[in-house]
Design a protein around this ligand. Sequence first.
Ligand code: SP5
Ligand code: ZN
Length: 349
Amino acid sequence: MIVVSSPLHALHEPPREVSGGREVPAFEIGARATSILAAVEADGGFQLQAPDGFGLEPILAVHDPGLVRYLETAWDEWLAGGTGGDSIVPDTIRHPGLRPMGDAGPEPESPCGRVGYWTFDTATPIVAGTWQAARSAVDVAITTAARVLAGAPVAYGLCRPPGHHAARDLFGGYCYMNNAAITAHWSTQRTGATVAILDVDVHHGNGSQAIFWERPDVLYVSLHSDPRGMYPYYVGYADEVGGGAGMGRNLNLPLPQGTDDAAYLAALEVGLARIADFGASMLVVSLGLDTYALDPIGGFGLTASGYTAIGRRVALLGLPTVILQEGGYHVGDLGRNVVAWLRGFSPAA
Ligand code: SP5
Ligand code: ZN
């Protein structure tokens, strides 16, 4: 199996995040990618490749140009503003209830105002290298799809930072640009064919759902921890089925805290049946390993052997498959779990 990765991910190394109302060490750190690469290299059966550069066009086909401009300029502007500190975190966030007019209003000029205009949480800091790293993750993702469109049956992109929480005009959830959504859209434009996204991160991929909400040609299917008790809290419920021309092209399968391998595999059958019905010509997997039993923020009970079984079952769909890294925060076991999943999908690597 081809594995695409870039060393530029390491330019994004947030020192801490604000979650649970406290400053804690960041969960989404470069050591995650190191763990994955070490396990891939130790396996020996994978073919490591560097990404090609795709520029801004595929990003701007999905994201608001204002968000992209913000991410590109935020760090230099923050430094110039003299606010100080080693990372950008909002103190105030644009809440829709603030404006009875119902619109977003103008983007403020103040650096503190700008960050809260484009993000929805306090756990996704911007540091000096965030923009370059996030761009490299997009290039990794599109390159992975390009290999599959060129004939590889499957390929894995080690995207970091992850992407599935980023919406058209919002970053958050450790995600700045939506690697999977950019890649799925790029693939539809390249081929004119339909794409299914299967999101197995423990968190609902609110960004991917929102981006394709009204799209008939991209099916979004997500298995995740019930948002009543889990980030992103406000979205990811079972009654969210898509809108307009995308009605019926969104399937949320919220599962209880503590979900184990067997219960997960049962729910996976429901998701895979929908993908098979849809008749997608390509599959994009948003691969989060934060469903792991020992994950520090996930709360599910999955195991390495469960990941192998899940990978094997997804492979039985028989679709050309682009696997993109999302979450997974047990750094010590993350690489082993990714390889267990990929080996389940492709036992011969
Ligand atoms: C890509 C991805 O997996 N993003 C997840 C973002 C979750 N952000 C909120 C983290 C809240 C952590 N709460 C810590 C509780 C520890 N018991
Ligand atoms: Zn996650």
